[in-house]
Design a protein around this ligand. Structure first.
Ligand code: NAD
Length: 368
């Protein structure tokens, strides 16, 4: 039986970068190292043009039935004026909500060949490999009340509510500790317990979870503001960072800049294990958007999309060895000096096209 991949290329550069992943998945199937059945759907503007919605019910059902969903990117100026409920991003939000994807994993890996593209000094980021685990469905972005009220005296009051229940903190904590066991065995939990009650509870629950279920993993706590500072001072001290929705949003964007380019950053969003099937819902996507400025030119960097597929192999299919092969193939390609335009920096090399970069990575995979 093959792994069922539901592929949503989306808009802009989406189909261009997704095509390179399909080549790699088909290569693994042909090689016999794993078997993938690829089914394709529409999301974002592409879905709106075909069905008048940002993702159809039929494609949602396919996403639900798949072993993993791969999404490239949605959006673009063509759909700037469509009704709010059917804007391209609504497709992405529906996938996250309906598949109950509560954990967002964003690795920040700095390939030695690209260390000079970072805004930090080479020795601070060369070989960096950290993972931010962000709670995705709770906290201040969703808590009620959430409103702007009129105070009647010429003033208005805006209210957002930060809410976390025990189970939400436990399940995200569990993901972080489990990940750490497969990495360098260290978790840094981050909140603001000095000024927020949700931070006090977060700290207590993570500590209890650690003591009861993961005593073998090293746990430290850092206040979120201090962690922000440490991320740009000495980022290599971190392995897995676990934090809430708001702090995770900010800190993962900071971490992403450590690596140099948007075209290099994968992500995963995971749900809970299904008690009956033992499988978990998961969506894998690059951090970048649909890049309308370069769409159709064949020059987008496919590495973030390919690395997202690598995360699917690791976290949905337990094919860590194949995921390692992808990571090594990307590193080897970069070590040879091969670059797409976005990661070329000041060098005078001729940039590769999307297809050429995909083929170069495939060649490394075929070689080893
Ligand atoms: P963007 O990530 O699409 O592009 C930002 C810049 O990075 C652009 O100059 C682009 O050319 C470059 N870039 C991005 N990915 C690249 C790649 N793989 N290779 C080379 N260069 C790359 O962000 P934006 O311009 O703010 O947004 C464009 C559209 O994408 C908007 O409609 C936005 O809503 C949407 N968007 C979608 C997602 C998503 O699908 N998850 C995320 C962010 C933005």
């Amino acid at each position: 039986m093959g792994y069922k991949l539901f592929v949503l290329p989306g808009d802009g550069i989406g189909p261009e970068v997704m095509a390179e992943v399909e080549k790699i998945a088909n290569f693994f199937t042909k090689e016999g190292s794993a078997s993938f059945e690829i089914e394709k759907g529409l999301v974002g503007g592409a879905a709106y043009d075909a069905h008048g919605v940002a993702i159809s019910d039929a494609d949602m059902a396919r996403a639900d039935a798949a072993d993993a969903v791969l999404l490239a990117a949605v959006g673009g100026p063509k759909w700037d004026h469509v009704p709010y409920e059917v804007r391209p991003e609504a497709g992405l939000l529906r996938l996250r909500k309906d598949l109950k994807l509560f954990a967002n994993l964003r690795p920040a890996v700095c390939y030695p060949a690209l260390a000079d593209a970072s805004s930090l000094k080479r020795d601070l980021v060369d070989g960096l490999d950290l993972m931010i685990v962000r709670e995705l469905t709770g906290g201040v972005y969703f808590g009620e009340p959430k409103q702007i009220i009129d105070l009647g005296n010429g003033q208005q009051r805006a209210i957002d509510t930060q809410v976390y229940d025990t189970y939400e903190i436990e399940r995200i904590g569990r993901i972080a500790f489990e990940l750490a066991r497969k990495r360098r065995n260290k978790v840094t939990s981050s909140e603001k317990r000095n000024v927020m009650k949700s931070g006090v509870l977060w700290n207590q629950i993570i500590t209890r979870l650690h003591d009861q279920e993961f005593p073998d993993v090293m746990l430290e706590h850092q206040l979120a503001d201090a962690l922000g500072m440490q991320l740009v001072r000495a980022p290599k001290q971190f392995d897995v960072i676990v934090t809430d929705n708001l702090f995770g949003d900010l800190l993962s964007d900071v971490a992403s800049m450590l690596t140099g380019s948007l075209g290099m950053l994968p992500s995963a969003s995971l749900g809970a294990y299904d008690a009956q099937t033992g499988k978990r819902k998961a969506l894998y996507e690059p951090v970048h958007g649909s890049a309308p400025d370069i769409a159709g030119k064949g020059i987008a960097n496919p590495i973030a999309m390919i690395a997202s597929f690598g995360m699917a192999l690791r976290y949905s299919f337990d094919l860590g060895a194949l995921a390692d092969r992808i990571d090594h193939a990307i590193a080897a390609t970069l070590d040879k000096g091969l670059r797409t335009g976005d990661i070329k920096g000041n060098s005078t090399v001729t940039p590769l096209s999307t297809t050429q970069m995909g083929n170069a990575i495939l060649k490394e995979l075929q070689a080893g």
